[in-house]
Design a protein around this ligand. Sequence first.
Ligand code: CP
Length: 315
Amino acid sequence: MSFKHKHILGIEQMSKEDIETILDTADAFKEINSRDIKKVPTLRGKTIINAFFEASTRTRLSFEIAGKRLSADTVNISGSTSSVVKGETLEDTARNIEAMAPDIIVIRHGHSGAPHYLAERVDCSIVNAGDGAHEHPSQALLDMMTMREHKSRIEGLEVAIIGDITHSRVVRSNIYCLSKMGANVRLCGPGTMLPPGIEQLGNVKVLSDMREAIKNVDVVMMLRLQTERMQGQFIPSAREYHHLYGLTEERLKRAAPDALVMHPGPMNRGVEIDSDVADMLDRSIITGQVEMGVAVRMACLDILTRSARRVEGWA
Ligand code: CP
């Protein structure tokens, strides 16, 4: 196994082998998360700073838990409690964080490219925990892991991703990841939320009719309307959006009989997904995604520090 990257900035830069290395490593970490004592000494003495300049529940918590389960010292800062509110720039914030000698900075930021900007200016590894509407690589990796767990493969899967495609970093990372792993992606949403040229990112078909988009698919991934990134009116109303693009039990019948329902969270029940579907025990794997997120993030932190830790057999 090898992984030549110093940072995890996006899936776009990764090869299929890179993705498989992370998934296989995460597979090995899964077991630790079901132990009574969920801790191994892998990253003892390493320092990880989680710098979240945008709200997060799943990503921030799971990076923190992942670091702690690997025995790293993990520290969190958020935009609202940092000196950013006093006017400090991102570069100055990062330089000051770096002066405290972290091994990894995990960053979420509202601006696309913020993690890449930092990666050029600091010495430690950077992990992109979501940058604007650009990429969210660890989310796509945990999505791959969840699909692989339930379907025993990714290659050849038909995956429909429905919703606000324009503002979603999850969709971009998933298009790259699914395409590299040999799956086929169908994108669907209102015309105002389907950016022109998106089909060029991978094995993508764009459809505006949701019934057509989910016909016989293996996986239906629903996305939330990211109103916080919208400037202007993208849809007439949440009610009309639900009527055309909401996942209902009736609509799900058009997918394959064993189709899985996924959502990166946070969900807006009754808008993009009905509660009946979100809570469907045999089909919804939404909390399973969160569970896989811890193992995937443990794998990311482990892999990025392997060279420095001189792990035997690591190229
Ligand atoms: N999926 C995801 O990124 O969720 P959070 O915003 O809660 O981290």
